[in-house]
Ligand binder design. Structure first.
Ligand code: SAM
Length: 226
C-alpha cells in the first residue's frame, strides 16, 4: 500500500532515534534523504541497508511529481529524512507532504528529534505558548521581521547560524533596548553542548570571547510588562 513516513533523525547524538523510526526505515521500499551521505552514516550505524535518493531544496520542485507517481504506480512505502531533526521543520518536506495529501496518499509523521523543543524546554522560559520562526532572512526584510518578532508577546524561537549569532544579538539589543532575556543553545545533544542565558549585552560579551562554532537555537523570553 502506498504510504509516506516522515522520520525524524538525531540532531547530534546518534542514540536519539526511536525504535519505531528504526523499524520503519527497515520496512521502506526506499528512503528519500536530504543528503544521502549523511543518511548512509545513520543507516550503517543501525545496520539498515536501503536504497536512498536525494531529495533537497534544490531538486524538490523538479522531482516531487515523479516521486508521487512512483509511489502510486508501484504501491511504494517511502520514508523522507533530513540531515538532522524533523523533515519539514526548516527543512524540505512540506511540498512532498502537500502533494501526497492532494492524491490521498497517507502520510505519517513519527515523533522524534527536533532542535527547537529541547532549546525552549531547557531555557526555562514560559512554554505554554510559543512562536517558532525558524531562520530570519539574511538580508532583505530581516530587520522588519525581527521588529515584528520582538513585538510578539510569547516566547519566540529562532534558528541562527554561528557566524550570524553576534549580529542577531546586536540587532536585538539595538531594537529592544537590551531588556529581553535570551537563551542560546549551541550544539544540543553533542559533546560541546552549552546553553547560555542573559540579556543581549551579556551574551555579546560571552560569545565575543571565542570563535562561535556549531549549530544554534536562540530563544527569546516573552515580553515582561512592556
Ligand atoms: N529539521 C531540523 C529540526 O527539526 O530542528 C532543523 C534543520 S535546520 C536546516 C538546521 C538548524 O537547526 C541549525 O542551523 C540550528 O539552528 C538548528 N539545529 C539543528 N541541530 C541543532 C543542534 N544539535 N543544536 C542546536 N541547534 C540545532
Amino acid at each position: 500500500m502506498s504510504e509516506i513516513y516522515i522520520i525524524p533523525t538525531p540532531i547530534g547524538n546518534l542514540g536519539d532515534i526511536t525504535y519505531r523510526a528504526i523499524e520503519t526505515l527497515k520496512n521502506m521500499d526506499l528512503i528519500y534523504a536530504e543528503d544521502t551521505r549523511t543518511t548512509h552514516k545513520l543507516l550503517s550505524h543501525y545496520e539498515i541497508s536501503k536504497r536512498t535518493i536525494s531529495y533537497h531544496q534544490h531538486n524538490e520542485h523538479k522531482i516531487v511529481d515523479n516521486i508521487i507517481d512512483n509511489i502510486i504506480n508501484n504501491n511504494q512505502k517511502i520514508a523522507l529524512v533530513s540531515d538532522a531533526g524533523t523533515p519539514g521543520i526548516s527543512d524540505p518536506g512540506f511540498l512532498l507532504i502537500n502533494k501526497a495529501k492532494s492524491k490521498d496518499i497517507p502520510v505519517f509523521c513519527l515523533p522524534g528529534p527536533t532542535a527547537l523543543i529541547p532549546a525552549i524546554v531547557q531555557s526555562g522560559f514560559a512554554s505554554d505558548e510559543f512562536y517558532f520562526f525558524g531562520f530570519l532572512p539574511h538580508k532583505k526584510g530581516r530587520k522588519k521581521k525581527l521588529i515584528k518578532l520582538l513585538e510578539n508577546n510569547s516566547t519566540t524561537i529562532l534558528y541562527e547560524s554561528p557566524h550570524r549569532l553576534l549580529k542577531l544579538l546586536e540587532e536585538i539589543k539595538e531594537l529592544d533596548k537590551n531588556d529581553r532575556k535570551i537563551s542560546v543553545s549551541r550544539e544540543l545533544t553533542k559533546i560541546h553542548e552549552e546553553t547560555v542565558q542573559g540579556f543581549p549585552d551579556q551574551l555579546i560579551s560571552h560569545f565575543s570571547k571565542k570563535t562561535i562554532k556549531g549549530e544554534i537555537v536562540v530563544v527569546m523570553d516573552k515580553l515582561q510588562n512592556k
